[in-house]
Design a protein. Structure first.
Length: 109
Protein backbone atom coordinates (compact mmCIF):
# COMPACT_ATOMS: atom_id res chain seq x y z
CA UNK A 1 0.00 0.00 0.00
CA UNK A 2 1.23 3.48 -0.83
CA UNK A 3 0.06 6.64 0.92
CA UNK A 4 0.74 10.06 -0.54
CA UNK A 5 0.33 13.10 1.69
CA UNK A 6 0.10 16.40 -0.15
CA UNK A 7 1.58 19.29 1.83
CA UNK A 8 -0.21 22.61 2.04
CA UNK A 9 1.41 25.51 0.16
CA UNK A 10 3.97 27.29 2.31
CA UNK A 11 3.61 31.00 2.90
CA UNK A 12 5.76 33.39 4.83
CA UNK A 13 6.35 37.14 5.04
CA UNK A 14 9.33 36.74 2.68
CA UNK A 15 7.74 34.35 0.17
CA UNK A 16 4.62 34.83 -1.93
CA UNK A 17 1.55 32.66 -1.67
CA UNK A 18 1.28 29.88 -4.27
CA UNK A 19 -1.02 31.92 -6.52
CA UNK A 20 1.40 34.88 -6.84
CA UNK A 21 3.28 34.74 -10.13
CA UNK A 22 6.80 35.99 -9.53
CA UNK A 23 9.67 35.02 -11.80
CA UNK A 24 11.47 31.76 -11.19
CA UNK A 25 15.26 31.70 -10.81
CA UNK A 26 16.78 30.92 -14.23
CA UNK A 27 17.91 27.49 -12.94
CA UNK A 28 14.47 26.46 -11.59
CA UNK A 29 13.03 23.29 -13.15
CA UNK A 30 9.53 24.75 -12.58
CA UNK A 31 8.10 21.64 -10.97
CA UNK A 32 5.35 21.20 -8.39
CA UNK A 33 7.60 22.45 -5.55
CA UNK A 34 7.44 26.03 -6.86
CA UNK A 35 3.96 26.38 -5.40
CA UNK A 36 5.04 24.73 -2.15
CA UNK A 37 7.43 27.46 -1.07
CA UNK A 38 10.64 26.38 -2.78
CA UNK A 39 12.35 26.25 -6.15
CA UNK A 40 14.34 23.21 -7.27
CA UNK A 41 16.79 22.80 -10.12
CA UNK A 42 16.76 19.83 -12.45
CA UNK A 43 18.65 17.11 -10.51
CA UNK A 44 22.17 16.12 -11.59
CA UNK A 45 22.72 12.36 -11.44
CA UNK A 46 26.08 10.61 -11.23
CA UNK A 47 26.05 6.82 -11.68
CA UNK A 48 28.56 4.04 -11.30
CA UNK A 49 26.59 1.21 -12.99
CA UNK A 50 25.75 -1.60 -10.59
CA UNK A 51 27.51 0.13 -7.68
CA UNK A 52 25.93 3.46 -6.78
CA UNK A 53 24.07 6.64 -7.65
CA UNK A 54 24.36 10.21 -6.37
CA UNK A 55 21.62 12.77 -7.13
CA UNK A 56 22.33 16.45 -6.41
CA UNK A 57 19.61 19.12 -6.51
CA UNK A 58 19.95 22.87 -5.93
CA UNK A 59 17.14 24.15 -3.68
CA UNK A 60 15.94 27.69 -2.86
CA UNK A 61 13.52 27.49 0.10
CA UNK A 62 11.08 30.17 1.20
CA UNK A 63 13.56 31.74 3.64
CA UNK A 64 15.86 32.73 0.75
CA UNK A 65 18.78 30.53 1.79
CA UNK A 66 20.12 28.03 -0.75
CA UNK A 67 21.37 24.50 -0.29
CA UNK A 68 22.31 21.40 -2.20
CA UNK A 69 20.23 18.31 -1.50
CA UNK A 70 22.29 15.17 -2.03
CA UNK A 71 20.75 11.70 -2.14
CA UNK A 72 22.95 8.63 -2.40
CA UNK A 73 22.37 4.94 -3.05
CA UNK A 74 25.38 2.64 -2.71
CA UNK A 75 25.41 -1.13 -3.09
CA UNK A 76 26.87 -2.69 0.05
CA UNK A 77 29.39 -5.52 0.29
CA UNK A 78 27.81 -8.97 0.61
CA UNK A 79 27.18 -10.52 4.03
CA UNK A 80 26.45 -8.81 7.31
CA UNK A 81 30.08 -8.35 8.39
CA UNK A 82 31.10 -7.06 4.95
CA UNK A 83 28.13 -4.68 4.82
CA UNK A 84 28.90 -3.29 8.30
CA UNK A 85 32.54 -2.70 7.39
CA UNK A 86 31.48 -1.07 4.14
CA UNK A 87 28.97 1.18 5.97
CA UNK A 88 31.68 2.36 8.37
CA UNK A 89 33.91 3.25 5.41
CA UNK A 90 31.03 5.11 3.73
CA UNK A 91 30.31 7.11 6.93
CA UNK A 92 34.00 7.95 7.32
CA UNK A 93 34.32 9.07 3.69
CA UNK A 94 31.11 11.15 3.81
CA UNK A 95 32.22 12.79 7.05
CA UNK A 96 35.55 13.80 5.49
CA UNK A 97 33.91 14.96 2.25
CA UNK A 98 31.27 17.02 4.09
CA UNK A 99 33.90 18.72 6.23
CA UNK A 100 35.88 19.64 3.07
CA UNK A 101 32.78 20.95 1.26
CA UNK A 102 31.49 23.18 4.07
CA UNK A 103 34.90 24.66 4.87
CA UNK A 104 35.21 28.26 3.60
CA UNK A 105 37.11 28.39 0.33
CA UNK A 106 40.49 30.05 0.23
CA UNK A 107 40.63 33.24 -1.76
CA UNK A 108 43.21 33.46 -4.48
CA UNK A 109 45.01 36.81 -4.90
Amino acid sequence: MSIRIRPQPATSPTWPAADDHLPHPDWCARGHACGLGEHRAQPVTIRVPGRGVVVLTRVLPADGSQHAEIRTRISLAPGDAGARTHLMRIVTEFDAALRRMVRPQRRTP
